[in-house]
Design a binder for this molecule. Structure first.
Ligand SMILES: C[S@@+](CC[C@H](N)C(=O)[O-])C[C@H]1O[C@@H](n2cnc3c(N)ncnc32)[C@H](O)[C@@H]1O
Length: 262
């Protein structure tokens, strides 16, 4: 694991211990299991209409709301996250729901525990790519574990919303749109009792074209590109209403050419 990801893992574990790790406190995980539309927008949900009985992997599963929603749709779900503390909470919740989910602690850029050509659907996003120093390696691994013809669904917080300072009354750019980072910050500032400076965390900024190129370069054919939502989010400090909220990229893993085909 590279030094940025290892530092981020420690930060996420500390955040979970402090009660901040399960990011989306506005949605109840039990409700997501019963009703997938609690967590998936209709633009995404239509790709999961026949998820029942399918093998699905969620990368950077975090609060695992997507995992519970997909399990509720009848999918056989694997949940991957770098933070063992995130997975431990999700594991308990899965037991409470009585649903079998496979939990794997792993870096999304190195999924060696998972075999090639295994999943019908790989889903990732929310806020995962921002923690990853190599988007191309992340998506190559995602596509490697997909069956040929399988769906790769990326739904990320839109990069247009990432570049702003946390100022309330005016919009000021924190870093340029093309500045990849790493953008270092100190996670101990948000965790009571953490020693100042003890939790350096690293974020990376990917542009819209980088998301699309990394998905295609990983060996997929694009099926859908979409941007949707323009409401401010409760946790955002700057007033970002009017900017796109979500970037949705759906693609399909290319079939391998058959041997001897000309
Ligand atoms: C904000 S949460 C995302 C939660 C959820 N997917 C969503 O839609 O909001 C980010 C998650 O990514 C995980 N993560 C960060 N870097 C990772 C990496 N390199 N490999 C795997 N998971 C990672 C963190 O542990 C955290 O649980």
């Amino acid at each position: 694991m590279n030094e940025f990801h290892e530092a981020n893992r420690k930060g996420w574990n500390a955040a979970v211990r402090a009660g901040f790790g399960q990011v989306d406190n506005t949605k109840d995980w039990r409700e997501c299991y019963r009703d997938a539309s609690q967590i998936f927008n209709k633009n995404e949900l239509k790709w999961f209409s026949d998820a029942s009985g399918k093998k699905v992997c969620v990368l950077g599963s975090g609060d695992n709301l997507a995992v519970f929603a997909l399990a509720g749709l009848g999918a056989d779900v694997t949940s991957v996250d770098i933070s063992e503390e995130q997975l431990a909470i999700a594991h308990k919740r899965a037991s409470q729901l009585g649903v079998a989910v496979r939990f794997i602690r792993s870096d999304v850029t190195d999924l060696t525990d998972l075999n090639d050509d295994t999943y019908d659907i790989v889903y990732t996003g929310g806020h995962v790519a921002v923690w990853v120093s190599d988007l191309w390696q992340y998506y190559r691994e995602a596509v490697r574990i997909l069956k040929p013809g399988g769906l790769f669904v990326v739904n990320e917080y839109h990069p247009f919303r990432r570049i702003w300072k946390e100022t309330k009354n005016s919009l000021e750019i924190e870093f340029g749109y093309f500045n990849k980072g790493p953008h270092q910050w100190d996670r101990s500032e948000e965790i009571p009792d953490a020693e100042p400076g003890s939790l350096p965390s690293y974020e990376f900024h990917w542009t819209v074209s980088e998301y699309i190129t990394a998905v295609v370069d990983a060996g997929t054919n694009l099926l859908l590109l979409d941007e949707f939502g323009d409401k401010p989010q409760a946790w955002e400090v700057a007033s970002l209403g009017g900017l796109p909220e979500a970037l949705l990229i759906v693609s399909e893993k290319k079939e391998r050419p058959t041997k001897g085909a000309s």
